[in-house]
Design a protein around this ligand. Structure first.
Ligand SMILES: NC(=O)c1ccc[n+]([C@@H]2O[C@H](COP(=O)([O-])OP(=O)(O)OC[C@H]3O[C@@H](n4cnc5c(N)ncnc54)[C@H](O)[C@@H]3O)[C@@H](O)[C@H]2O)c1
Length: 311
């Protein structure tokens, strides 16, 4: 059990509010700082929205939405905190300025984890006079529902900090993976980027509509990927010979497909095409309605997966 009971959430946007809900649900105290004026109302309303799903997932053993406090400076928010999750915008200057402001106020044993999606730990360490408390703790949206957190520390991180951070994440219900070396986008975003590049290539080259490419993912391989990773699935795709038999049977096919994959760069035409096709697909549904639908599906899947995994 992690001893880190007092948390702080810096930046309470899409990601920070979701972290706050999860930390509260796990019985932690949460101190919040965000520069926006409506932070308290928006965060409380997000937590009310997230609470039923967290209850359904069995997270509310000791949690209470009342253990949250809102602060007028980041230094105030972190002063009592043992674990701080930073989720301010993905701009290095903003992260550096925030780190400089909190560094003198941190407890000696505090851990600061950054949600950064693509910025690397070493880039972020440049904002510290002593970056030994900083780790990468990259979640997937929304962090209160998707289990994955990618963690990374390097030689400038104090010994033991990454182990304590992973223990904390496991305690609040997360599944962690550890990077062995840093790369922009870490692991999971690079995987998403690789798949999405080809999805857009198929759309832009006239092979299929946005809707059909999306369907090909969620109704096909996506369902399997939620059960097991791609290499394990291929291990099961060529009979009892496992992955060796699969490589023997399909390496020529993969080489042919890899050689033909698109190499795109985002441009205006692509953004316009996506907006037009999405407008048709979405119809009148708001992003809030679609997010609620997404969250209900994720909760249902999580419950099913959790049940099978715990057997
Ligand atoms: N959105 C995603 O899907 C996603 C997923 C994983 C990680 N992340 C990462 O999480 C971080 C936050 O992303 P987001 O999507 O929540 O962004 P967001 O724009 O929704 O939220 C950022 C919040 O930070 C606040 N803010 C701005 N400057 C600040 C400061 N100096 N101090 C405190 N608060 C400040 C803003 O008011 C806003 O509420 C980024 O590093 C992003 O890469 C995003």
């Amino acid at each position: 059990m992690s001893d880190l009971q007092n948390t702080a959430v810096l930046g309470a946007g899409v990601i920070g509010m979701s972290w706050a809900a999860l930390f509260l649900a796990s019985g932690r105290n949460v101190a919040v700082f965000d520069t926006a004026e409506n932070t308290e109302a928006a965060t409380r309303s997000y937590i009310d929205m997230a609470w039923p799903a967290l209850r359904e997932l069995g997270f509310l053993k000791t949690g209470s939405p009342g253990r949250i406090s809102f602060h007028s400076s980041p230094a105030d928010a972190v002063r009592q905190a043992e674990f701080i999750q930073e989720s301010v915008p993905e701009r290095i200057a903003i992260k550096h300025a925030l780190f400089a402001e909190i560094e003198p106020a941190l407890k000696a044993d505090a851990i600061v984890a950054s949600s950064a999606s693509g910025l690397t730990l070493s880039e972020m360490q440049e904002g510290w006079s002593d970056p030994s408390k900083l780790v990468l703790g990259h979640p997937f949206n929304p962090p209160h529902l998707i289990p994955l957190v990618e963690v990374f520390a390097n030689a400038r991180t104090k010994d033991g900090v990454i182990d304590r951070a992973e223990r904390f994440y496991r305690d609040v219900g997360k599944i962690t993976i550890r990077l062995r070396r840093e790369v922009p986008g870490h692991v999971a975003n690079r995987l998403q980027a690789a798949l999405w590049r080809e999805a857009l290539n198929l759309v832009m080259s006239g092979v299929a509509s946005v809707k059909d490419v999306d369907t090909a993912v969620w109704a096909g391989p996506g369902l399997r990927w939620a059960a097991m990773g791609p290499t394990m699935l291929f291990h099961l795709a060529a009979g009892p010979g496992g992955i060796s038999a699969f490589c023997e049977r399909y390496s020529d096919s993969f080489n042919r497909w890899w050689d033909d994959l698109g190499r795109l760069h985002f441009d205006e035409a692509m953004a316009k095409r996506l907006s037009e096709e999405m407008a048709k697909e979405v119809g009148g549904e708001s992003t809030a309605e679609l997010s609620a639908k997404r969250d209900a599906l994720i909760v249902a899947m999580q419950k099913a997966i959790g049940h099978v995994r715990s057997e």
